[in-house]
Design a protein around this ligand. Structure first.
Ligand SMILES: [Fe+2]
Ligand SMILES: [Fe+2]
Length: 306
């Protein structure tokens, strides 16, 4: 128990040390630089699409950057609800436990604002309108109706992903044509997500220790169901990106070209948000500490998404 208490304290201390101001990272009048790619190809798998010219690949990369910001803002919606609920259940717990959760919630509201600002800047500065999936609040309500442990596990999965995305982005950032602003956003987001993932784990461990085998089974089914639903949304976003690309490059793709683009983008989305989480070493090892069965259930999902 004392170990967990000091872990909450350590999360608060890290959060205080690493905190950043939204206006410093992304002022509301920030302009976007469309002379650069926004995301490294390691994350979006666009460079090998043969039917696109180099300029069209860059345009798709930028559309993917906007969609990326939108999707993270989209999931922040339920994560804010989850964290506020965890914090209100922890009012009578130790000060450090409560502070860790409250800082977590406040940071997620700031992240949602960061991604909204990014999307607003993109919509203002990009040459043509772009489409993104909607109804984040309705999706959040469905997710928050699932078991608390299942939802915490999904959140830990997503938060650990942000580290991988940043590391891959920095690793690829030897390319002079990669937008430094987007890399900074990935870095700043991850710096705070690192504490969130630690807090998710503490909260999940406590719930798992009290859970019956049936409750643990429900949590793992909820985790799998939410991933499957998210995968469906990612498929819709890949289709929308294609429509946005057609508008931006002013050409209608043939069936073969559509098949090539979606054939690359559909699995790229799946890998980026689902496969990379399921196979993240930190996630798999934390799931093993929650229970051997939970870790086995994660491993069973891998062939569906990787
Ligand atoms: Fe976040
Ligand atoms: Fe987070």
């Amino acid at each position: 128990m004392q170990d967990r208490e000091s872990e909450y304290q350590s999360c608060v201390q890290s959060s205080e040390r690493l905190a950043w101001r939204l206006d410093d990272v992304f002022p509301s009048d920030q302009r976007l630089d469309f002379e650069h790619d926004f995301l490294p190809d390691a994350l979006v798998s666009i460079d090998r699409i043969a039917c696109l010219s180099p300029a069209e690949r860059r345009t798709l990369n930028q559309i993917r950057g906007n969609s990326y910001a939108h999707l993270f803002g989209f999931v922040e919606e339920y994560i804010i609800g989850m964290t506020v609920s965890q914090a209100s259940g922890a009012v009578s717990r130790s000060g450090m436990h409560l502070r860790a959760l409250l800082r977590f919630a406040e940071e997620e509201v700031k992240h949602r604002e960061l991604f909204r600002r990014y999307n607003a800047a993109f919509n203002r500065d990009f040459k043509t309108p772009v489409d993104v999936i909607g109804a984040a609040d309705a999706v959040a309500a469905v997710i928050l109706g699932k078991s608390r442990l299942g939802v915490l596990i999904v959140t830990m999965h997503l938060e650990l992903l942000t580290q991988q995305h940043y590391v891959e982005s920095v690793r690829d950032n030897t390319r002079a044509d990669l937008d430094p602003l987007f890399s900074t956003i990935l870095k700043r987001h991850w710096l705070e997500e690192a504490q969130h993932a630690r807090i998710d784990f503490l909260e999940a461990l406590e719930l798992a220790e009290k859970a019956t085998p049936e409750e643990l089974d429900t949590a793992m089914r909820d985790y799998a169901d939410i991933l499957a639903a998210f995968d469906g949304l990612l498929g819709q976003q890949a289709e929308m990106d294609l429509q946005s690309l057609e508008r931006a490059v002013e050409r209608t793709f043939t069936e073969a070209e559509r098949a090539e683009i979606l054939g690359s983008q559909r699995p790229a989305y799946r890998r980026l948000f689902i496969g990379m989480g399921l196979t993240n070493a930190g996630f798999v090892s934390r799931m093993g500490q929650i229970s051997a069965d939970a870790q086995r259930r994660v491993n069973e999902l891998v062939p569906l998404y990787v």
